[in-house]
Write a protein that binds this ligand. Structure first.
Ligand SMILES: [Cu+2]
Length: 167
């Protein structure tokens, strides 16, 4: 092996190490989304897409409950729950068990970010959306969203909203 060959081989080995290292770093990122294809497929129904709280004072809070029904014979999975604003919180109740409060993605613990809810066949879950204007005081007409992903191919990304008129 002459010197040139050694240098070329050395450069190749080094490049491979750098690439493998980069893939490892990207792969270990904290907010990884679950792979949809590993989560099966089900079908779901929502009882409504929005709720209007009407007029409320800025120191009040209101909660809307949305019912998610698994209409299939497979396990319905929901994940990536996030709200559109600091002042809006969401929880899911499955089988009497209530999660912590989901908020904007950047403010959530990795436990909530990586949470995947499983709703058994033909069962329902409740999505509670709570609006607390005092967290971020505003007045007038307000609309806030909650988004989540599901393993229902027809409802891969779901959005519900709440409205209020803050006095
Ligand atoms: Cu807000």
């Amino acid at each position: 092996m002459n010197t040139d060959t050694k240098i070329i081989l050395g450069a190749i080995v080094l490049s491979v190490l750098v690439i493998v290292g980069a893939i490892f770093l990207i792969g270990s990122g904290e907010s990884k989304s679950p792979k949809r294809e590993t989560l099966g497929s089900a079908s779901m129904m929502l009882d409504k897409n929005s709720e209007d709280f009407g007029s409320m004072k800025s120191d009040e809070e209101r909660t809307a409950t949305f019912t998610i029904t698994n209409t299939s014979d497979a396990v319905l999975r929901i994940w990536n729950i996030a709200t559109s604003c600091d002042c809006t919180f969401a929880s899911i109740i499955i089988n009497g068990q209530k999660t912590g409060e989901f908020n904007m993605a950047m403010h959530m613990s990795s436990t909530l970010k990586n949470w995947i809810g499983e709703i058994p066949p033909k069962q329902t879950a409740q999505l509670e959306v709570t609006y607390r204007p005092k967290v971020m005081p505003v007045t007038g007409a307000v609309t806030r969203q909650v988004n989540f992903a599901t393993n229902d191919p027809q409802h891969a990304e779901v959005e519900v909203s709440i409205k209020a008129n803050v006095l």
